[in-house]
Design a protein around this ligand. Structure first.
Ligand SMILES: [Zn+2]
Length: 321
């Protein structure tokens, strides 16, 4: 270990701790905090530290400022966040009026409830804002806030993704899929939206698989196309692709924005994604209000493959549900 670097890390951490806003616990204002959440980037007292620990390291990775070894990355992340005031300006941005933060002598229940609301449920962020990890592996030593800040560099807000709603995709079935092994294929569907990827289960030896599986995706403000790929599961080598298609979400989302409270309307068609020569639709795909929900049925022809259609149902789920 490089003792020189370790010493400088310790020095930098100490300097940060001496900053005025870091002289009290970020969560309860108790003086002289000696603990920190290395991924969230706040200094906290011993009592709050106990609650942070109970949240699990995927939410808060607690380290002692004086007793633990800190990696350079962890120190850098703390410095990037900029201390308690900076972190709280985001995590406590929308504390409801009349809400009182727990003080140093709060009961364990009050303390625990506040800290869970603040970091686990993220209740006091701007309503549509959720701090999410750029990494798929949430259990890695680095956590959400740090990754957000890192990936964003100094533009810290850009590291947080603002979601406008949720998309529920029901993968219903495939028809006449391509043969990839000698006689059949073991197909599964992969859906990709922005940085999120979800997939169905594998259906063994079936060119007309029925999935009827629902998967949820968060829809970012700049959502782009939903990418669908079908693969043939292969135990011994890389899975072969069995076709793909791009799904345009514009008609669904534009209609959903125009009918924000679909429960008020009876069943009707509110939009349509039109079939064209350069999209994968087999026929026009209507957007409908059905039982108070906004849904879009579609059958798409897989591209870059001999054959295969996939039937899907999309449902728009507003954030406030
Ligand atoms: Zn505290």
């Amino acid at each position: 270990m490089d003792l020189g670097r370790a010493a400088s890390g310790r020095r930098r951490l100490k300097d940060l701790l001496l900053q005025k806003d870091n002289r009290v616990c970020s969560d309860c204002n108790a003086p002289d905090p000696k603990w920190a959440s290395a991924n969230i980037g706040v200094f906290i007292c011993l009592k709050c530290c106990g609650v942070h620990r109970s949240l699990g390291t995927h939410i808060s990775k607690v380290l002692s400022v004086t007793l633990d070894e800190w990696s350079d990355d962890e120190v850098d992340a703390m410095i990037e966040v900029g201390g308690n005031a900076s972190a709280n300006s985001i995590y406590e941005a929308y504390i409801p009026e009349g809400y009182t933060k727990p003080g140093p002598d709060a009961t364990p229940e009050q303390r625990s409830q506040f800290i869970r609301s603040k970091y686990e449920l993220q209740e006091f962020l701007k309503p549509s804002l959720r701090i999410v990890s750029g990494k798929s592996n949430q259990s890695s030593s680095s956590g959400s806030f740090m990754d957000s800040f890192r990936s964003a560099g100094s533009q810290r807000m850009e590291g947080m993704i603002e979601f406008i709603g949720m998309l529920k995709v029901k993968v219903i079935q495939g028809t006449n899929l391509a043969i990839r092994d000698i006689k059949s294929s073991d197909p599964y569907v992969v859906l990709n939206l922005g940085s999120q990827t979800v997939q169905t289960t594998v259906v063994r030896s079936n060119l007309n698989p029925v999935w009827n599986e629902e998967r949820m995706l968060s829809v970012p403000e700049h959502y782009g196309q939903l990418k669908l790929k079908v693969y043939d599961y292969d135990t011994f080598s890389a899975d072969d692709i069995m076709g793909e298609a791009d799904i345009d979400l514009q008609s669904l989302i534009t209609s959903a924005m125009a009918f924000r409270d679909p429960g008020m309307y009876s069943d009707m068609q509110i939009g349509k994604w039109l079939k064209s020569d350069d999209n994968a639709l087999i026929e026009d795909s209507p957007v409908e209000i059905s039982d108070g929900k906004i849904k879009q049925m579609m059958t798409i022809r897989l591209q870059n493959v001999e054959s295969g259609d996939i039937e899907l149902e999309l449902e728009w789920i507003p954030l406030d549900q």
